[in-house]
Design a protein around this ligand. Sequence first.
Ligand SMILES: NC(=O)c1ccc[n+]([C@@H]2O[C@H](COP(=O)([O-])OP(=O)(O)OC[C@H]3O[C@@H](n4cnc5c(N)ncnc54)[C@H](O)[C@@H]3O)[C@@H](O)[C@H]2O)c1
Ligand SMILES: [Zn+2]
Length: 371
Amino acid sequence: MENVRVELGPRSYDVRIGSGLLPRLGRFALNLYAGRKGGRAVVIADSTVARLYGKSALASLAAVGFDSRLIRLRAGESSKTLATYGRLLDRLLSFRPPIDRSTLIVGLGGGVTLDMAGFVAATALRGLDFLACPTTLLADTDAAVGGKTAVNHRAGKNLIGVFQQPRGVLIDVDTLKTLPRRQIANGLAECVKHAVIRDERLLAFIESNVPAILACKPAAMTRLIAWNVKIKAAVVSADEREAGERAHLNFGHTIGHAIESAVGYDKIGHGEAVSLGMVAACELAVNRGLLSREDASRVHDLLECLGLPVKRRGLNPAALWRIMLRDKKNRGGKVRMVLPVGLGKAKIVDEITKEEFLLCCVVHGIKIRED
Ligand SMILES: NC(=O)c1ccc[n+]([C@@H]2O[C@H](COP(=O)([O-])OP(=O)(O)OC[C@H]3O[C@@H](n4cnc5c(N)ncnc54)[C@H](O)[C@@H]3O)[C@@H](O)[C@H]2O)c1
Ligand SMILES: [Zn+2]
């Protein structure tokens, strides 16, 4: 088992990672409240995760004296709405006896569930304690750490939410065994991202453990997740509210988000889009002399080994450019992007030009159509 401390002064918390941890959820929750016996715990999970792990979570909480309940939401991104948020609150506020400020909310599931459950916890009765129990690799390495909660709006993704850190995070790597391969790949894209922007040794670790990682071997996953949580925790500790350094986590995401938006969120996985975005951003970095061709090839080849796409036909780079320009951070017809500076470091570049972007798209195999 590994423990990573997220240092945020009075809001610091532990992330515990290992095999066989879900049955110890109750103990972990109880330890957060030294001396208190039980109380109320409400687990929020989507229908799939509730079916797989709901019983185990509830039993573990009940075993240490929590009066534990479960609220389900429909699985999938389409649940991340104000309407679902309202329904979760309706359920939560209809419990008898009523919940009070000592009620603990446990988010059990992927990023969708954690974003929703975190938002519910942050706002119900002006704020309840929140414990995150991620069950996807993306949530383990990204969504569970950092305190961002959100729901989507028709004007865009994640537009409504608050920053509220959890009281603790419990990651049972055994839950990854039931996760579809495509979801594993989503998380792996974020792992490669962390390696490129912060730690070349993590890149080497992934390179030498591809089979164990793809097979979700508990030892390899514990090490991989702990390493990524450490990186995300360090970035968040330095810049909790994304005033500067936290923006490095957007590496691969400016182009990735444009690809998701152009292709359709239901037609391409987030990790797949970010993989393409990282390959393109590496290409831009090579053109600017920030990254060697060998290093860009290392990233490209690793993504490919992990089963992530590095090329996609049928994308229109000029259309992608127009989507990227919509971001309000961009000025004067140029786009802001995070580029790697060697492997293990990154910087924000404000003035990427359209010509530069189109050129890199040709090199990296996005097929250009007449615009
Ligand atoms: N708050 C943050 O900092 C942050 C960071 C990254 C992403 N996100 C958000 O996270 C969301 C994406 O997260 P996600 O990819 O985890 O999506 P998700 O929560 O929708 O989970 C993906 C699918 O996997 C299923 N699932 C979850 N755990 C499982 C398991 N162990 N076994 C079998 N099936 C399982 C779910 O039911 C769902 O169908 C997006 O909404 C994104 O905006 C938030
Ligand atoms: Zn991402």
